[in-house]
Structure formats: C-alpha cells, structure tokens
Unconditional design. Structure first.
Lengths: 575, 347
C-alpha cells in the first residue's frame, strides 16, 4: 500500500503548506463575498452587482485579452531565442542565459518608468527617429495597447524563455541527428522532432505567462491608455479605497472562475497533462483524434517550411538564411536589455529627476543610497527573504511535481489546480488574507512571515517549471539505479536531482524573483516595519521619481551579476 | 516633579474621561507612526518626531504607509495586532474608518489648538497638512496663451497643447463641472449628468490619462504633456529644480491629511500626546521647509518666510481661490461615481 502511495506522498508537504497558508485564509476572506456588509447575513448581492454591472465584465474581457496578447507576444519572441540557446554549447549558453535574466534584476517599477522615459514624446526613441528624418512628428507609442504590450511582453519574456529552455535542452540531441541521417530536411526535423518534443515547455510557458499576466496592473496603468484597465486594479480599489471587501471578493472569485474555465478549455485542447507529465497515461475519447489532427498540422507546417526554406535559400543563399536565427535572437536579447541600458546611466545622473540621457554625471545618488540605513537594510532583507523563499518553494514545488509525474491519481487535476491557484487569486486578496492569519500567529512584520507569504506566491512557478522538466525525464534511469540496489533517497539525490539541474535552477530563480519583486504582500505583511526593496522604492516615489531608484537598480544589478558569475564559475570543474 | 513626569501627567489629565490604558501609558517608551513615506518621513522627523522625543522621552519610530491604508487599519483593529499607533489618513480614509468604528478618539478640543483650521479638527482625527489639486502648466510646451482656469483647459482651440487628466472620478468630475461654468461655491452636490457631458467634450483631446502621482510628475517634468491637473506637492519639486512650470491656484480643490489612532491601541495615550504636539504652529512651520504642503494651524505662517509661504496651499492668497473638496458627498457617492466613471472611460 505504502509502496503504491509512495510517490504521491511527495505532494503532501506542498498541499499541507497551501492548505494552511493559502486555502484557509483566502477562503475565509472570499467568504465575505457571500455576506452582507455590516449584518453578515448570507447574500448573493455582491455577485449580482458584479455580474449585473457592465463595467466589470468589460474589464474582465480586457484583462483576458491583454493576457492572451502578452502570451502570444512572449512566445513568438521567446521561442526562437530559446531554440537558438538550446543548441549552443553548454558553456556559452550559460553566459547568454544571464543576458536573458537581466530584466529580472531590475524592479518592475523601475523597468516601467524606464520604458516611459524611453518611449515618450521627447524620449530617446522619438528623438532618434526625428533626427534621422524617419518621422515628422513624434510617434505615440505610450498611452495605448502598444505601450502595454512592450512593457508586459518584456516583463514576461524571461519567464517564457527560461521555462521552455530546460525542456528543449533535455531533448535528446541524437534524435534530430537520427532524423537527418534518415534523410529529413531541416524543416522537417525542426517541426516534427524538435518542435514536437518541446511542446510541453511551450505549453508550460504559455500557461505561466498567461496566468501571471492576468494579475498585472501597474504596467498597463503607466504605459496604457484609457481602455487598458485590468481587473486587479478594480479589486485593489474596492479593497483599499471603497472598503467594499464583499464586492472585491466577488470580483476575485469571478476572475478565479474565468481563469479556471480557461485552464479547463486549455486542458481539453492541449491537455494540462502536457504540462504535468501524463500525456500518454489515459488518452481520453476524442483526444486521439485531436492528437492525429495536431500531428497532421505539424507535418503540413513542416512541408510548407521545407518548401519556403528552399525557395528562400535559392533567393538569398543558405549562408544568409543560417544567420537569420542568431540575428533574431540577438534582437530579442537587445530588447530584453534595453531598459537596463537606460537605467544604468540614469543612476549616475547629477539631476534630481530621472531622465535619459542624464544632463550630467555624478555619484550623488549612490551616496544617498549607501548613506541610508533604510535602503541598505531593505536590500539585505530582500536578498535574505528571496533566498529563503526560493529554497522553500523549490523544495515544496519540486516534490509536488515529482509526485504528480510518478503517480496516477484521479486527484491530479485537483492538485494541479490547487498549485496554480495562488497565481490566479489577485495578490491583494492573498496579501490581506495572510495579514489576518499572520496577526493570529504573531508573524506580522517578521522575515519569516514574508518568506511564507512569498513562498505561496512562488509555488505555482516552481511547480509548473519542475513538472515541465519531469515530463521529459527518463524514469528508466531511476529504475536502473534501483535495480543496482540504490535506496530511494540515494536515487533522488544522486540520479534524479543532478539530471534535473536545469529545471531546478530555473524554478529557484523564478521563486527568488517572485519574492524579490513583490510589493503587495510586503505592503501588508511587513506593516512598513520590515521593509523590502520594492516597498522602499514605492515609498520613495511619493512625490517624485527619485534617481535613487536607478542607483539602487545599478547596485542590485552589479551584486546579482557578481553572484551569478561566481556561481557559473563554480559550477564548472576547473579545467 | 521633572518635566517628563509633568508632561505625562498633563496627557493623563487630558485623556481623563477615557482613562483607558493608564498602566500601559506609564510604560510606553516608543510609538510607531505611519506617514506617507519618502520626503514626508524626513520633513516630519525634523518637525515632529525628533522634537517630540526630546520633549517627552518617548521614541517615535516612523514607517511608510500605503496611500490608502484602510485595509491595514481594519485588519490591525480586528486582530488587535497594532503595528502602528498613529497613522496619517486622508479625509476619505478617515470617513470610511469612522463609519466602521475603527478609530480611537484623539481627545483634542478646538480650544487646545488655537489657530487650527476648523475643518482640520474632529473627534477622531487631526489634520496636519493641506494639499491642493491644481492645474500645472508647462509653459514652454504651450501652443498659445497660458490657461488660467478649468474652462481654459477644456478650451482646446484657444489653448493648444497636450493635456492629461486623472483616470479617477475624484477631482476630475469637479474639474469638468467647473469647466462647464458651475461656480466654485455651488459645486456640491455634483451634477453627474452634467459632469459627464462636459467630460465627453474633452475626452478626444486627452493625450494621456494618469493613475499615480509619480507618473504625473514624470509627464510634467519630461514635457510629455503641457497641461495636467495634479497635486501641488508633486509639482513643486519640478519647479524647485528649475523646470518651466506654473501652478494655477484658481479654482483649485484642497483637502487635508492628518493623524488618527487605531481603536484599542495599547499606546493610544502616548499617541494622543503626540498628536497634540503636532498641532503646534511652530512645529508645523518646520516641515514646510521640505514639503510644499500647507500647515493646518494658520498661526504657523507667523514664522514661515514669505517666499516659501506663498507656495503653500493654505497661504491666504492661495486659499481664497480654492475650496475644500466635499468629502461627505464623496463618501456617499464614491462607489457609484467610480463605476460610472470607469464605464465611461472605457467607451
């Protein structure tokens, strides 16, 4: 019995963690949506109001549209880059992946303002376009959907690329070679072997990006136009400005329901199992047909690619064609690094405002930073909390993903939904719910409270990333080790974990950055007492955009780069 | 009887009718106060926190609160976990919290604070600073004469230039009505139908809608827009840095922020003592060196240099051009107005 349950037990710690720190507090809060304000009597009034007022459904529609567009953009830009990176030698790939991660290390607040400064009427982009005579009047990029897309796709690209990459790297390199040997042209090899085998990564990336995008609100508010309102913004305003928690709860439930429906549709179309690792377990009726249809689409695309490819080759030559992918990848990398290229010089400005290029250079903002115990304390605390969060979330999420990949429980769908849920519930609801729980447990304004709260937010990322990697994992290696007499623990530490290194690193990084960039939970759980870096930046922006923000970004960037370079050096045996 | 004991005895006398936490008061060695953060922490530190510590021996730890800390406040009171003993609230946050019975009486009467603006003192709250929503104009980006009123902002033919409005019904509805000819004195109750008809006229000419104060400052500073209604405190740093920016005080709407105490705080008496300290005109005058907000105790102007004084919202010359935004109307109508505004802006 225990033998059969064995792998499923790995999910227990994660489930217990979510039950205590997510399900219980959040459900308690969402229950307010069924109570009348003041009397506490049961009512469906909040739901009737939310569904009966046109504006909420419209904003829900806008939220889903923006999330879908962001997903499409991030995959279109990210897939070729990931594909190119996956085929590089490991050492070079390691360094280039660091370029992909650059946007991670600049707070999303700073990144968004960097885009504002770059793209506005008097920004660098428009000044260059006007100077070269490419346009007569400045382009209106901001204050509309294009601005939102630039900001959001940029923010989501690293997540997309780093989710796909471990899956692509794990594709057996011999397979494309074998296909080639058997006479398949490159187009056929790509679509029918490499693309096909990378689908779990693509599916996982799409899902993560889509659901994360649903919760965005600051980027659309700053870069978008009047019609780019996200639901999270309305939930926050109901919680903080109107104090109508019932309606806020109803809106949050509405968003949750819509997201779950999306997951269900997605499951019908692609199978959530493509992500969780049980594609071939029990093909549903109709799924076989769908799969056949999918495969024939792939072969049609492959044939078209081959035809187009040879035509293009005749037109421009094979050499030029071979440069296409690296050039595309380089452009995407440039896009990823653009805000950082703007932020770094701004940190050295001598002006009291953020502007690019700076009117003059000085170290005054670094002096402000290094002279402030508040800033230094916040920086240190952010690193410690993010590290703690990453350890906890990777452990819990990794074990749960392992359980899902190794067991065939009918509860799989439910477990999957549970682990994704913290991503779908608006962050302010999670933050508020945690405040009540932590107040009872005495965890308000403690680092432990921040770690626990951030781990709730980070679990979906570590879970999905690990699930996608485990999908491609060859379990026969574990069996081989077991046959040779290794204990289960030994198999885990000496076979499974080393082979899953890429996925583990990605999961760890996602969790780290989730914590490092979180403002909402910090606003509640810290009580302003245990200040983290994003909280401190937020406070500093009260009256004006202070260049200290840029100086801090430079410091964090240098610190993280140093850490990563050291890690990269240590990782490889000295030769 | 030394000075410290004397002061403490004084506070106890003040709170005598309540006499809630006499014992804890005797032990209070520090209080945590939540201000808007950033430059506020610095300016209030010099004006209030450090002098209060010297006067009473009670340490003041200041933390930054979010813009609308209503949720934190309610959670704090309901769970009795008092992270803050005292917090700066806007009028709207104050009214919500009074309605939900989340505040502690501050025990300060008008006769205790001579010079205080009457609207800055209520049983649960004492205003510390006045801010104003005004029209900020970037003089070098105008295509014609400089606007002097909301009607001018609406008049795109005579006053060409890029405009931004706030993506929020608060202030924006008032501006729309003033632009349409409603006199400042007769603004409330707001005529919503008329306000939205007026907004319909300006909507096609709005280049950008702003949502946060830092964004408004940035757009003004970079010259992204030429005209923008925003808070005077956000504009002053641009002017101080030599930016070609002008404030139009005419038809401005002012409002007040101030201290409140979460109900049931064990250190409420020390907090009351602190709030009373913040009502003193000499103390309020000090923060205006670093913040361009108006003292609520108008006697503060006795010691503020005239050059600085005329930049502040409560300077008599500025104050007479403006009116207090009517919080009572907003408390009653905000939810409905916000829904209508959000629907309108999406169209």
């Amino acid at each position: 019995m225990t033998r059969r349950l064995g792998p499923a037990l790995y999910a227990v710690p994660g489930i217990a963690f979510l039950a205590v720190f997510f399900l219980y507090p959040v459900l308690r809060l969402l229950a307010l949506s069924l109570q009348a304000e003041g009397t506490g009597e049961f009512t469906l009034g909040h739901y009737q109001h939310a569904l009966g007022t046109e504006v909420y459904l419209r904003v829900l529609g806008i939220t889903f549209t923006i999330a879908a567009e962001t997903t499409l953009g991030a995959l279109l830009l990210g897939y070729p880059l990931a594909h190119w990176l996956a085929r590089l030698p490991e050492a070079r790939r390691g360094w280039l992946v660091m370029l992909v991660m650059i946007p991670f290390w600049t707070s999303y607040l700073v990144k968004t303002f960097a885009w504002m400064i770059t793209l506005d009427q008097n920004g660098v982009m428009n000044r260059m376009l006007l100077a070269t005579g490419a346009v007569d009047t400045p382009l209106e990029v901001l204050h509309g959907r294009i601005g939102v897309m630039i900001g959001m796709v940029h923010a989501m690209l690293p997540l997309a690329v780093l989710t796909m990459l471990p899956v692509m790297v794990a594709v057996d390199r011999q397979l494309p070679r074998a296909a080639g040997t058997l006479g398949a042209p490159p187009g056929q090899v790509f679509w029918r072997v490499q693309f096909h085998l990378s689908l779990p990564g693509l599916a996982a990336a799409g899902l993560l990006v889509f659901i994360t995008s649903l919760g965005f609100f600051i980027t659309p508010a700053l870069l978008g136009g009047p019609r780019d309102t996200m639901l999270a913004q309305l939930v926050i305003s109901q919680v903080q400005e109107m104090m109508n928690w019932g309606l806020a709860g109803a809106l949050a439930v509405m968003m949750l329901a819509a997201a779950l429906v999306t997951c269900w549709v997605y499951d019908r179309l692609f199978g959530l199992s493509t992500v969780s690792g049980q594609a071939s377990a029990k093909p549903r009726r109709g799924q076989a047909a769908l799969r056949t249809a999918g495969l024939s689409i792939l072969s049609a695309v492959a044939a078209a690619h081959v035809a187009l490819g040879s035509a293009m080759a005749r037109l421009v030559g094979r050499r030029v064609l071979g440069w296409l992918l690296p050039a595309y990848a380089a452009l995407v990398l440039l896009f990823l690094g653009a805000p950082t290229l703007v932020v770094v010089p701004m940190g050295f400005t001598d002006s009291s405002f953020l502007g690019f290029p700076p009117p003059g250079y000085s170290l005054r903002w670094f002096e402000v930073y290094f002279g402030s115990p508040l800033w230094l304390g916040a920086t240190l605390r952010s690193f410690i909390v993010a590290f703690g969060t990453a350890c906890l979330a990777t452990l819990l999420g990794g074990l749960a993903a392992l359980a899902l990949a190794r067991s065939q429980s009918r509860w799989q769908g439910a477990i999957f939904a549970l682990f994704l849920a913290p991503m779908i519930v608006p962050r302010i609801v999670v933050a508020l719910a945690l405040f009540y729980l932590f107040a009872q447990l005495g965890l308000v304004a403690t680092e432990a409270g921040l770690v626990l709260g951030h781990a709730v937010l980070a679990l979906p990322f570590t879970f999905v990333t690990m699930a996608a990697v485990l999908k491609g994992y060859d379990w026969r290696l574990d069996q081989a080790a077991a046959t040779l007499g290794a204990t289960r623990f030994r198999i885990l530490t000496q076979v499974t974990v080393p082979l899953l290194k890429g996925g583990l690193v990605a999961a760890f990084l996602f969790a780290f950055i989730t914590s490092f960039d979180d403002l909402t939970v910090a606003l509640f759980v810290s009580g302003g007492v245990t200040t983290t870096l994003p909280k401190q930046m937020w406070d500093d922006m009260i009256l004006q955009l202070n260049p200290t923000l840029a100086a801090v970004s430079v410091v964090v960037f240098v610190l993280v780069t140093a850490l990563l370079v050291t890690a990269e050096r240590l990782r490889k045996p000295k030769g | 009887m030394d000075r410290r004991t004397f002061l403490r005895a004084g506070t106890l006398g003040l709170a005598a009718p309540a006499l809630i936490a006499e014992r804890s008061q005797a032990q209070t060695r520090s209080i945590t106060v939540a201000d808007p953060g950033g430059p506020f922490g610095e300016a209030f530190g010099k004006a209030f926190y450090r002098p209060f510590e010297q006067a009473t021996g009670i340490r003041v730890v200041n933390v930054a609160r979010p813009a609308e800390p209503t949720a934190q406040f309610r959670a704090m009171v309901e769970t009795k976990s008092y992270t803050w003993d005292c917090c700066i609230l806007t009028l709207s946050a104050r009214d919500i919290m009074v309605k939900q019975n989340l505040l502690e009486p501050i025990g300060l009467k008008p006769e205790d604070a001579p010079g205080m603006m009457p609207e800055a003192l209520t049983p649960f709250w004492m205003g510390t600073d006045v801010y104003a929503t005004i029209l900020a104009v970037r003089t070098d980006k105008l295509g014609g004469p400089a606007p002097e009123s909301w009607a001018d902002l609406w008049n795109v033919a005579k006053f060409p230039g890029r405009r931004s409005l706030r993506k929020d019904p608060i202030d924006t509805l008032e501006e729309a009505l003033l632009a349409d000819g409603v006199p400042l004195a007769d603004l409330y109750p707001l005529d919503l139908d008329r306000a939205f008809r007026s907004l319909d006229k300006i909507k096609p000419h709005v280049a950008a809608w702003w949502t946060g104060g830092a964004q408004a400052t940035q757009m003004l500073q970079s010259g992204e827009v030429a005209m923008i209604p925003t808070w005077n405190g956000r504009v002053q740093p641009v002017i101080d840095a030599g930016g070609p920016v002008k404030i139009v005080w005419n038809q401005g709407l002012y409002s007040i922020e101030g201290w409140s105490i979460p109900r049931g705080s064990p250190r409420a008496d020390a907090a009351r003592q602190f709030i009373r300290f913040c009502s003193e005109p000499a103390r309020q005058a000090v923060y205006t060196e670093g913040l361009s907000y108006g003292p609520t105790n108008l006697k503060a102007y006795d010691t503020i240099p005239e050059a600085r004084a005329k930049l502040l919202p409560t300077h008599p010359e500025n104050l007479k051009l403006m009116r207090l935004a009517n919080e009572e109307w907003w408390s009653a109508n905000r939810a409905a107005a916000a829904e209508r505004f959000n629907a309108w802006v999406l169209r």
